[in-house]
Write a protein that binds this ligand. Sequence first.
Ligand SMILES: Cc1cc2nc3c(=O)[nH]c(=O)nc-3n(C[C@H](O)[C@H](O)[C@H](O)COP(=O)(O)OP(=O)(O)OC[C@H]3O[C@@H](n4cnc5c(N)ncnc54)[C@H](O)[C@@H]3O)c2cc1C
Length: 516
Amino acid sequence: MQELRLRIQPEQAANADEVRRITARTLRVEEEEMGEVVIRKRSIDARKGVWIQLELRVYDKGEPIEEESFPTHYSDVSKAAPVHIIGFGPAGIFAALRLIELGLKPVIFERGKDVRSRRRDLAQLTREHVVNEDSNYCFGEGGAGTYSDGKLYTRSTKRGNVREVLNTFVAHGADQTIMVEAHPHIGTNKLPEIIVDMRETILKYGGEVHFDARVTDIVEESGELKSLVVNGKEVPSTYTILATGHSARDIFALFDQKNWKIEAKSFALGVRVEHPQTLIDQIQYNRKERGDALPPAAYNLVCQVDDKGVYSFCMCPGGIIAPCATAPGEIVTNGWSPSKRNNPYANSGMVVTVEPEELKALGFDGPLAGLEFQRVIEQKACEMAGGTQKAPAQRLLDFVQGKKSSNLPSCSYTPGLESVNMHELFPRMITRRLVEGFKQFDRKMKGFLTNDAVIVGPESRTSSPIRIPREKDTLDHPEIKGLYPCGEGAGFAGGIVSAAVDGRKTAEAIRVSVNS
Ligand SMILES: Cc1cc2nc3c(=O)[nH]c(=O)nc-3n(C[C@H](O)[C@H](O)[C@H](O)COP(=O)(O)OP(=O)(O)OC[C@H]3O[C@@H](n4cnc5c(N)ncnc54)[C@H](O)[C@@H]3O)c2cc1C
């Protein structure tokens, strides 16, 4: 077996026979002499022309292929010591699966509903503009991950951990191509069944999953965790993983009320921008027609304005802008796409980094400052757009030129749009950076700044504005032994994979504590 890298045309890469022919030619062997050719990694390079880069394993004739296996090591934990988990998002799910591998019993409390019931609430949110505070795009089985876009890439450099997470996704039904693609993507249509499969594993091996189970209090005695209050009932607990996500505002308020340590941290806020996908394809691939050999094009933009980052966030080719509010009277946007990415629009968050010191200057102070700032913007957006789930919007060039749009293009955001001047929604420091950012992005992607694009907002839940601190080694909260802040809500992750990696890491820390 030998390993080989190829850089070939998209049309060639899309044809397995052609890949085989080119491989044989490159290795100077006859095609018939070669065994299997297996793609190990695939990425697109669109810097000078459009190329597909493949990393291949070429086997000798008759040589058996090393099948990649996705082993799991679960055993029955029904009689083992319980570890409570608050929140069944990626952090909670992967913590639960890892606890089972380590011989501990996960008992999960999730305020939202199971995937299927949750889907009905999402439909109601879109069609009737009714926001259920326990069941929405952020809350419910699988957390914000279930109806997310399912892009599974992360800036994490710990590749081993990331591979473990991808393995677990494949073991629960995700397509094996996620192990090959440089930018793996599952798609919103496929995620729910994978999440259900993970829940079934947890139940099968003796874990417990409780839906409609909101934790409203955490009780501590002399610096040690004592119990949780779930739906008004006290549940004794020695170990609890707190994986409630960045939208669990009542949990942050609880910490603040009890004077337990939490810290304001920087986060990012801005808008979603949506272009016709064909335009993004033309800019990125520099071709009139994308053709079938290439996927709908993505982009990743970043620049500095006033020494602060302005960047694209969660870019969804062929996607949809989704209503992600978690309470009535607010507007929150985010984006997703189906596995085929076959919607006619390309959307992305365009956000500006906001530091706690800047919020102070705007009158928002203390650990909850970022959360209050988010809330004010989200509620103002709702008011400006008429008080339903319609979102405020403006054509992109009009926004940059500071004028209200006389009409709006068609858009994937189903609850509807209201034309407003988005400069009135944000403080000047945000709009200034966004305007400058869009101008710079147009220099990187000629044609990006166009009135065929629309901005919709706000994109306010990019990451947690608060960190719930934890001890460096033991990972429990410095003031409450036995309580483990985890995942995105606690400020230790930003995305599905990093939340999953953090869930696993937290489970491992608990195993060490139980053993000691
Ligand atoms: C539309 C959309 C698209 C996205 N696309 C991507 C993407 O493509 N790639 C990516 O990496 N990330 C994406 N994300 C972000 C990703 O989903 C989150 O980063 C990730 O889910 C965070 O995981 P978590 O487990 O830390 O928290 P969450 O997923 O937020 O889960 C927290 C859970 O805790 C529960 N909870 C909260 N409070 C309580 C309580 N008091 N009692 C009981 N339960 C409680 C909530 O109901 C929720 O289920 C997207 C998010 C959205 C909304």
